[in-house]
Design a protein around this ligand. Structure first.
Ligand SMILES: NC(=O)c1ccc[n+]([C@@H]2O[C@H](COP(=O)([O-])OP(=O)(O)OC[C@H]3O[C@@H](n4cnc5c(N)ncnc54)[C@H](OP(=O)(O)O)[C@@H]3O)[C@@H](O)[C@H]2O)c1
Length: 347
């Protein structure tokens, strides 16, 4: 049985949930896909680094995660590693680099540079980070390709729902004209709460209490998270070269309780609608709040769910609804990328 060694760069919400899922699914992966995944290295910014070419002790890792105390990965290191993130990438005894550091919507850096370094070292790359997808999709695909390796990023848009893999697999051969949907689950939840009588500020406080909104919620509320996802879908699936700034999003700050009530009176709901595609031979993108009637599939997309509809030459409307994702959903996106890469290695 083939062993595949993995290095995790970033070990926050996504990295930790992925490690748990990987350990949980290890037997399934061996049985169904004939490979044994082994985490050999983990790096964080302020919670230590560990490298062990024989595999990080999984039970020790799980018990560290189960404790309430802040983690310190250096207790699991047996390599005496000292160095920065680039040195970590140079040294890791792994075939795959999983990058889950914070997103930078303005440039994709430094994550993009970390992935460049991994690609030049001949590693397969997997990221959950939208930044490198938007700013580096073609470059990273080419760089990894030069070494016969792959660049995958299924969880960057709609967590673990299959989006990018659909177009490599079942939808290969279909021509995509455009897409629309609800791609930011945070604003969707906030608008729902406002419909039930809360102000935007109260809804943000609730969102923060359940870990959906960040301390500074402007990335979601002002539409930047949605814009970077629109740019990612446009660049990867529709051959564009957009940045989130090109999308010029309008967020939900201008939606007042009065506007919500007015929409309700007309049997409609406010939603932050994302769009991208060809219209009259011009490629157009937008992120803006719209009043949606009950005849649209977007009307019932509630809470933290998200939805995308693709318009293809052979399928006029193909909708994908992701209901109530959890951190495990995002971790599954990384796992499905791992399986895809493992399959490519055995071909
Ligand atoms: N959360 C979700 O549900 C979700 C869904 C889809 C996509 N994503 C994307 O996934 C990525 C990770 O999200 P998250 O929620 O896991 O973030 P997070 O909890 O903030 O974790 C980020 C991790 O990156 C580490 N890090 C930062 N800079 C680093 C560096 N230079 N070298 C090594 N490690 C570094 C941090 O170290 P410390 O632990 O020391 O801070 C932390 O472990 C983001 O790009 C996000 O946009 C998240």
């Amino acid at each position: 049985m083939k062993t595949i060694d993995l290095a995790l760069l970033g070990f926050g919400n996504v990295g930790k949930t992925f490690a748990r899922l990987l350990i949980e699914k290890k037997e399934e992966l061996q049985r169904d896909f004939n490979f044994l995944p082994r985490i050999t290295a983990i790096a964080t910014q302020s919670h230590g680094v560990c490298i062990n070419s024989d595999g990080i002790d999984e039970q020790a890792l799980l018990s560290m995660l189960d404790k309430d105390d802040p983690i310190d990965l250096s207790f699991l290191d047996n390599s005496g590693f000292s160095g920065d993130t680039y040195e970590f990438i140079r040294q890791v005894p792994a075939q795959l680099l999983f990058e889950t550091t914070p997103v930078n919507p303005r440039s994709g850096l430094p994550a993009l540079d970390y992935l460049r370094a991994g690609a030049k070292r001949g590693l397969h790359l997997v990221t959950a980070n939208k930044g490198p997808v938007v700013y580096g999709y073609r470059e990273l695909t080419e760089l990894t390709g030069q070494h016969g390796r792959l660049f995958r990023f299924e969880s960057a848009v709609m967590d673990g729902a299959p989006i990018f893999s659909l177009f490599r697999g079942p939808l290969a051969g279909a021509q995509l004209h455009g897409f629309y949907g609800i791609l930011n689950s945070c604003t969707n939840l906030l608008l729902d709460r406002m419909r039930n009588g809360e102000t935007l500020e109260e809804a943000i406080v609730f969102g923060a209490s359940i870990g959906i909104t960040e301390t500074d919620p402007s990335n979601d509320v002002d539409g930047w998270d949605a814009a970077i996802k629109v740019a990612a879908l446009s660049n990867v699936l529709l051959g564009q070269n957009l940045t989130p700034m090109d999308v010029r999003p309008t967020g939900i700050r201008g939606i007042t309780p009065q506007m919500i009530a007015l929409a309700e009176a007309q049997g409609k709901r406010w939603k932050l609608v994302c769009q991208g595609g060809w219209k009259d031979n011009v490629f157009q993108v937008s992120v803006k709040p719209e009043m949606i009637g009950s005849d649209s599939p977007l009307y019932t997309v509630d809470g933290t769910s998200s939805y995308v509809s693709f318009e293809l030459d052979v399928l006029p409307g193909l909708g994908i609804l992701e209901s109530n994702p959890s951190p495990k959903t995002t971790a599954f996106g990384l796992l499905s990328d791992l399986i895809d890469i493992a399959k490519s290695e055995s071909r």
